[in-house]
Each structure stands twice: as structure tokens, then as C-alpha cells.
Design a protein around this ligand. Structure first.
Ligand code: F6P
Length: 545
């Protein structure tokens, strides 16, 4: 890798890809498959229990060669190694991005500021395990001696999406008789609904916040404490509240016993934290052993990303294919379609991961990028989405690359449903790629007047990600697959994937507006639209509370 490479779009690899794109953009997947009986084999890879078939992409062997050359030219492997070593690759915040240390084996050593972070990670994991076991066994009781039946995680963004996603994914493994809920939104309805049918004496709150200053989380935490203390008295807070944070001082100031606080570190980004202490609710739900299996899945993918050859490297390939559509075909969005209801919250989880990481307009050289960065990621589980937005995927005017995710073993006792589910997954990938032509419709006797409306052109790209079953380990591997694919893309686009300055302005403005809503005495000095909205709100909000 050149130490001072030219800006992305001036590099030789980029230019070669542009020229290549002009040559291959009209090739149809029908033709590509017809010409190469080995295509599925050629464009598939396995790692960490996941199988990736990327043959239904609009690529040739030359495309992959050029994309891998781009990764080489942009130093993806060099940056990956710097990340794994704990270098401060989050340059705007001068921090390491060391989520790989969260799942490093006990005997590994990774130094940050001269301290071995792996030892710290395992110390916290052990404390989490001991606490989880006590809650699960009933040894940890509430103030009145009753066992905990419901755990509510209060947190938002990375302190919420991972735990909630993991709960939905793995709830079949949860301790019987326990329920887990997640409160994120500052809308009081979120907490009110979550607690409406609960018995305070049997409820444990985990206040999860990296900074312990986030408006939504601290507001919800205070209201939850009032709800609990109102029923059981203030001293009960110690038995019913624990905290997960990097900010020990604020945790103490909130009144949570340091013994009930689980730490993590500034080198863990919020959206990369579900396998840190932020996963405490996950560990209580599935138990420490299953949580260790989750970590092992993450680790297996970390090792695969580090060791697998480029053309068989799942995160590298996945990330590069995203670049291919985003930057060369001009695709604006990417759909993630899990064929598992258990992964219903996976697309929402990935939205933060991909878009907060790479939704950036300035490159590391501090200049505005001259290329597109993160695509808009979205999705819903199949088969639900098939009866909703798939029409656009098949016949709309936009190119939407899709990731289809499935499991060979059923995730429920209704095993007879599973073939139907998976048949739909395979059918969709086939329909997207190959479509149905006018000639085929005619051969089927379809009325001629309908033909133009019924033709599905195909040539819509998709990846197939398949695992044997949805286990903690496969979930860990799947999350790490996307973490590293996002990393790959950030390295290509030359952005800092680990900061999120763009969310600050909205927070700042909201804190200015709060007092303006609460008292009409405040003069309004916003634009005319914001002023009008605030005035209308003041008029209609009802008496001050
Ligand atoms: O506002 C964005 C953000 O900072 C995310 O990056 C983060 O995951 C979320 O808020 C929550 O932050 P915290 O864990 O500090 O409450």
C-alpha cells in the first residue's frame, strides 16, 4: 500500500473499476450463469459457521479481481491490523476501536495505553456471569425478597438495539419464567407501556449508557426510579437498579451502588457494544455459557476476517460488493431480509451499525468526499416483506441489492413451516436474479395484454447468507460479519467509521427548545417554521404538567 495514496476516485483501482463497470453493467445474470456451470462454487465462501453465496451478483471474475485490488490499494488489511492492535483508528476522537478485544480469548494480550485490556474484559465478564447466575437462580431478589421476573433494559442507540435484537433472536433459550423488555424512546409511552402490567417488587432495571448522560436514557431512568421508589421506597433502588456504563462517576451520582455497576471502555463504540457489559440483559436471558458461545461466534468471524484469503473472506467480499453497487451502479439503498422472524430487529440493528458508522461526508484528509458513502440500509423479515415492498424489488425502477439470510434448521417447534419459509427465500433469490421473460409468459399462456406488466426483468442482485441454525454463536458471527463489512467500506471510503458527530446538532437544539416549550416567557428566535411549530405546540399541549 502506498503511504500517501491519491484520493479514492483518483486511484488506479477506482478508475479500472469505472472502466470495467461500463463493460459489464448490462450483462444479465441469466447469461453469467449460463456461461459458467461453476459460478455458484466460484463465488461462494464459508467461515465461522456462515456460508455466503455471492454468485447472484452482477460480477465477473474480473470484477472481483478489481474490487480486491481496490481493497489492497486502499489498505483495508493494513487498517484492519491497526484496529486489531488497538491503534487509535478513531482519529477524530483519538480512540482505539477495539471491539475485537471484547471477544478475545483469555490468554490474548492487547495493550491500550500500556494496559492489557483483555484482562479487564474478562474481569467484567466474570462479574456479569456471577450476577446473571444470581438473578437467573433467584438468589438475587428484589427488596421484598421476591425473585426477579422481568428485566428492563433502559438505553438507546447502541445501548439498546443490540440487546433488543439479541433478545428477539435468542429468546427461545431464555430462562423460563423471565421476561425481558427494552425501553429506549423518551416518549413516556415507552416506559409506561413497559411497566404497565409489572410488579415493581419483581422488576430489575438495567440502565445502559456508555456516557450515562444521554437525555432519553437518563429521563427514563429517573422516571423508572420514581415508579419503583413510589411502590417500594427509595432504599429499594439498590436491589432493583444496576448500571452499565463507562462513566463510573455519573453512575454513582445517580445513586447506583458501584457493586452493581458493570463497566466498559471508551474504545468500545456504542454500536459495537452488544458483546460488552451492554449485553448484560442478553447474558441474564440466555445464561453465561450461551453468552460465551455468542462471543466465540464473534471471535470466529474476527479470526476469519484476519486470516481468510481475500477472495474467500466473507466480510471483505460483502463490504466490497456493497461498494460496487453503491459507487458504481449508483444504488442508493441496501435491503437486509432475514428469513427468520427471530431476526426481526436485525435490520434496525444494522441501520445504526452501517449508517452511524459510514454516513459521513468528510474523508480522513478533512476534505469533503467526492463519492457516495453509506447506502441507506433497511429491511424486514421475509416472508412478511414479500407481501409488502418486494413488488418494488422485482419491478421497481431502482436497483436494490439484497442480503437474504436464512437458517437450515427451524427456529420453532412448528418445524413443518420451515420448508415453506426456506422455499420462499430460495425462490426470491431466483426470481430477483432471473425474472420471467415475455417469451416464458407467452409459453405459459399468459394473456398478451398483460405481458408488459407481468414481465420481471431479473438481474436484481442478492447475497445469500446461510447457517445451519440460529445459535448464539451464529448470531455472533453474523453481527461480526457485518461489523467487518462496514469496516471494509469505511476503509475504502476513507472515513472515520467510529465517530458520530452528525447526531450532536439535533441534541444541542433540542436542549435549547425544551425550556421554550415549557414557558411562553421564552422569546423565540428560530426560523419562522420552527417558531410557528413551537407556538402551535404551546397552544395545544394542554396545561403545563
Ligand atoms: O446519539 C448517538 C449515540 O451517541 C450513539 O452512538 C450511542 O449508541 C447512543 O447515542 C447512546 O449513547 P449512550 O450509550 O452514551 O447513552
Amino acid at each position: 500500500m502506498n503511504k500517501n495514496p491519491p484520493r479514492l476516485t483518483r486511484g488506479a483501482a477506482w478508475r479500472a473499476l469505472q472502466a470495467h463497470h461500463r463493460q459489464v453493467r448490462d450483462l444479465h445474470l441469466r447469461q453469467l450463469f449460463a456461461e459458467d456451470a461453476q459460478r455458484a462454487e466460484r463465488f461462494s465462501a464459508e467461515g465461522a459457521g456462515l456460508y455466503l453465496d455471492y454468485s447472484k451478483n452482477r460480477i465477473t471474475a474480473e470484477t472481483m479481481r478489481l474490487l480486491l485490488a481496490l481493497a489492497e490499494e486502499r489498505g483495508v488489511a493494513v487498517r484492519r491490523d491497526a484496529m486489531y492492535r488497538g491503534e487509535k483508528i478513531n482519529v477524530t476522537e483519538k480512540r482505539a476501536a477495539l471491539h475485537v478485544a471484547l471477544r478475545a480469548p483469555r490468554d490474548a494480550h492487547i495493550l491500550v495505553g500500556g494496559r492489557d485490556v483483555v484482562t479487564q474484559v474478562h474481569e467484567v465478564l466474570e462479574r456479569m456471569a456471577a450476577f446473571s447466575e444470581r438473578v437467573r437462580s433467584g438468589a438475587w431478589t428484589g427488596q421484598t425478597g421476591r425473585r426477579i421476573r422481568t428485566v428492563i433494559n433502559i438505553g438507546i442507540g447502541g445501548s439498546y438495539l443490540g440487546p433488543e435484537m439479541a433478545w428477539h433472536a435468542l429468546r427461545e433459550l431464555a430462562a423460563p419464567g423471565m421476561d425481558f423488555r427494552f425501553v429506549a424512546n423518551v416518549d413516556g409511552a415507552d416506559l409506561a407501556r413497559a411497566t404497565a402490567d409489572l410488579e415493581p417488587a419483581e422488576t430489575l432495571f438495567i440502565v445502559s449508557s456508555k456516557t450515562f448522560t444521554t437525555l432519553e436514557t437518563m429521563t427514563n431512568a429517573r422516571s423508572a426510579r420514581a415508579w419503583l421508589a413510589g411502590a417500594l421506597g427509595e432504599p429499594a433502588v439498590a436491589r432493583h437498579f444496576v448500571a452499565v456504563s463507562t462513566n463510573a462517576a455519573e453512575v454513582r451520582a445517580f445513586g447506583i451502588d458501584p457493586q452493581s455497576a458493570f463497566g466498559f471502555w471508551d474504545w468500545v463504540g456504542g454500536r459495537y457494544s452488544m458483546d460488552s457489559a451492554i449485553g448484560l440483559s442478553t447474558m441474564i436471558a440466555i445464561g453465561p455459557q450461551a453468552f460465551r458461545e455468542l462471543l466465540a461466534g464473534f471471535r470466529a468471524m474476527d479470526e476469519h476476517f484476519r486470516d481468510a484469503p481475500p477472495e474467500r473472506n466473507l466480510p471483505l467480499v460483502l463490504g466490497l460488493l456493497g461498494v460496487w453497487y453503491n459507487n458504481f451502479f449508483g444504488a442508493q439503498t441496501q435491503a437486509v431480509l432475514p428469513y427468520a422472524k427471530a431476526l426481526a430487529r436485525f435490520p434496525a440493528y444494522l441501520q445504526q451499525l452501517a449508517m452511524e458508522s459510514n454516513g459521513k461526508h468528510v474523508a480522513l484528509d478533512r476534505r469533503r468526499v467526492a463519492w457516495q458513502t453509506a447506502a441507506i440500509l433497511w429491511g424486514e423479515p421475509g416472508t412478511d416483506g414479500q407481501h409488502s415492498f418486494y413488488q418494488l424489488l422485482h419491478q421497481g425502477t431502482r436497483l436494490v441489492p439484497c442480503d437474504l439470510i436464512g437458517f437450515c434448521r427451524p427456529t420453532s417447534a412448528l418445524a413443518e413451516h420451515h420448508d415453506l419459509l426456506m422455499a420462499n427465500l430460495f425462490a426470491q433469490a431466483e426470481a430477483l436474479a432471473f425474472g420471467k421473460s415475455a417469451a416464458e409468459l407467452a409459453a405459459e399462456g399468459s394473456p398478451r395484454f398483460q405481458t408488459p406488466f407481468r414481465v420481471t426483468e431479473g438481474n436484481r442482485p442478492s447475497n445469500l447468507i446461510l447457517a445451519e441454525r440460529l445459535t448464539p454463536a451464529t448470531l455472533g458471527a453474523l453481527v461480526a460479519l457485518y461489523e467487518h463489512a462496514v469496516f471494509t467500506q469505511g476503509a475504502i471510503w476513507d472515513v472515520d467509521s467510529f465517530d458520530q458527530w452528525g447526531v450532536e446538532l439535533g441534541k444541542e437544539l433540542a436542549s435549547r427548545i425544551v425550556p421554550e416549550l415549557q414557558s411562553a416567557e421564552h422569546a423565540l428566535a428560530h426560523d419562522s417554521s420552527t417558531n410557528a411549530a413551537i407556538r402551535r405546540y404551546r397552544r395545544l399541549r394542554g396545561p403545563a404538567r
